[in-house]
Ligand binder design. Structure first.
Ligand code: ADP
Ligand code: GN1
Ligand code: MG
Length: 363
C-alpha cells in the first residue's frame, strides 16, 4: 500500500471490474465531503484514468440507497445522451464491482465506487467569465429537464431535509447554545447576522412550489466544462440527486458563480454579486428550464440565490461552532471564513435583488 495515502486504494480497485494493470493513485479534487482519488491503469499500453471515491457514510447514512439513486439517474441520463456526440463524456459511468453491485463495502465499513474519468474537461473552484456561468447553468438546467420524466418510484432522500432552511437555522441555534468548541465568542458578528435573517428562511417552503428531481449541490465545481468548447459537458457529484425544488439548484448556482472569488476568500471586499455573471447564469439556466418552470418558480429565481447562500452560510457557521465535524477544513478558521463570504454575498444580493428580479422578467 502507498503509505502516503489515507486508504489502500490499490486494494480497493481489485474489487472492481477494471482491466489492465494498476499504475498509481493520488488524492484528487477539492470536494468537502467524499475522499476522491484519481487512479491510473495501464490497459494494453494506454494509460486510462478512473475516479475512485469513498462515500462519506457519516454524511450519507445509507450509501446503498444512495447508489441505487445514482444507478437509476445515470442509466436514465445515459439513454437520453445516447444519440448525442461523445455520449460517454456527458454522463457519469459507474464501473461495477465483481459481484455486479455499483459499490464495494470494505472490512472497515467504507463504501467505495469507481467512475470513468471524464477526460478533456475540468472543474473550476472560482468562476472566470460570464460564459462559464452560462454554460454551467445550462448544464444544470438540462440536467433537471432530462430527469423530469424519471420513472417511479420516488428517489431516496439521501439526506433528509437537506435544503430545509428553517431546520438548518434551528441547528445553528442549537450549536450556538451548546457552543461545544467554545468558539461562539469568535463569531459574535456572524451569529447576530444569522439571527437577523430568521424570517427569510421559510419563504420558499411556504410558497408551495412543485417537487422535482433536482441535483441539490450545484456548486460550480460540480460541473465539468469541456476544455475545447467550454460547454458544461457533464454534471457530477450525484450523491444529493433526490426530490427537491428547482430553486435549490438555481440558488446554489448563484451562490457559487456570481462572485469571482473562492468560497473561503478572506478579502471580503472582493466578494460581491457581479451582475453580468448573474445575467449569464439566468440566461443559461432558462435556456434549458424555461419550458418547465412555473411562473411562481421563475419569480423566485433571484430570491433563491439569496436564500441558498444564506443557508450554506448558516451551515458553515454551525460547523465552525461544532468544531469542524462536517465540512473538510485545511486550516483553522476556514469554516468561519466560508461563512463570512456567504454572508457578504447575501448582503450584495440583497442590494441587487430588485434589479435581478426585473432582469429575469425580461428573459
Ligand atoms: P465531493 O462530493 O467530495 O465534492 P465530487 O464527486 O464532487 O466529490 O468529486 C471531487 C472532484 O473530483 C470534482 O470537483 C472533480 O474535479 C473531480 N471528479 C469527480 N468525478 C470525476 C470524473 N468522473 N471525472 C473527472 N473528474 C472528476
Ligand atoms: C458540500 O460535496 P461538495 O463539496 O460538492 C456540501 C454542499 C455544500 C458545499 C459547500 C453533501 O458540497 O451541500 O453546499 O459543500 N455537500 C453535502 O461548498 O453536504
Ligand atoms: Mg463536489
Amino acid at each position: 500500500m502507498d503509505l502516503n495515502l489515507k486508504h489502500d486504494v490499490h486494494a480497493v480497485t481489485r474489487q472492481f471490474q477494471l482491466r489492465g494493470e494498476f499504475i498509481s493513485a493520488a488524492p484528487y479534487g477539492n470536494g468537502h465531503i467524499n475522499d476522491t482519488y484519481c487512479v491510473v491503469f495501464d490497459q494494453g499500453g494506454s494509460r486510462v484514468r478512473y475516479i475512485v471515491q469513498r462515500i462519506n457514510h457519516h454524511v450519507f447514512k445509507n450509501p446503498a440507497a444512495l447508489m441505487e439513486n445514482i444507478q437509476r439517474v445515470t442509466a436514465h441520463l445515459g439513454q437520453k445522451s445516447a444519440g448525442q456526440s461523445d455520449p460517454v463524456r456527458r454522463v457519469l459511468t459507474l464501473i461495477p464491482a465483481h459481484g455486479g453491485q455499483p459499490h464495494y463495502c470494505d472490512a472497515q465499513g467504507n463504501y467505495w465506487r469507481v467512475y470513468i474519468f471524464i477526460e478533456r474537461a475540468r472543474t473550476f473552484d472560482a468562476v472566470e467569465s460570464p460564459q462559464q456561468a452560462f454554460e454551467a447553468a445550462k448544464a444544470f438546467g438540462q440536467f433537471q429537464k432530462l430527469l423530469a420524466d424519471l420513472p417511479a418510484p420516488r428517489l431516496h432522500d439521501t439526506i433528509p431535509d437537506f435544503h430545509h432552511t428553517p431546520k438548518r437555522f434551528a441547528a445553528l441555534e442549537k450549536a450556538i447554545e451548546a457552543d461545544v468548541a467554545n468558539r461562539a465568542k469568535l463569531a459574535k458578528a456572524e451569529i447576530q447576522l444569522a439571527l437577523n435573517h430568521k424570517a427569510a428562511t421559510s419563504i420558499l417552503l411556504d410558497a408551495k412550489l412543485p417537487e422535482r428531481v433536482t441535483h441539490n449541490d450545484t456548486k460550480f465545481n460540480n460541473v465539468m466544462l469541456d476544455d475545447a468548447t467550454g460547454e458544461g459537458i457533464c454534471v457530477i457529484d450525484l450523491d444529493t440527486v433526490m426530490p427537491g425544488l428547482a430553486l435549490y439548484d438555481f440558488g446554489d448556482m448563484v451562490r457559487t458563480t456570481t462572485s469571482p472569488t473562492q468560497e473561503d476568500e478572506r478579502d471580503l471586499s472582493r466578494v460581491s454579486l457581479q451582475f453580468p455573471m448573474f445575467e449569464a447564469l439566468a440566461r443559461g439556466y432558462l435556456a434549458a428550464a424555461a419550458e418547465f418552470l412555473t411562473p411562481a418558480e421563475k419569480n423566485f429565481l433571484a430570491f433563491s440565490g439569496k436564500l441558498i447562500t444564506l443557508e450554506i452560510g448558516l451551515r458553515f457557521l454551525t460547523d465552525f461552532l461544532a468544531g469542524d465535524t462536517y465540512f473538510k477544513v485545511h486550516r483553522a478558521g476556514q469554516n468561519l471564513d466560508r461563512c463570512r463570504t456567504q454572508f457578504k454575498l447575501v448582503e450584495s444580493i440583497g442590494m441587487q435583488e430588485a434589479a435581478m428580479t426585473k432582469l429575469v422578467e425580461t428573459i
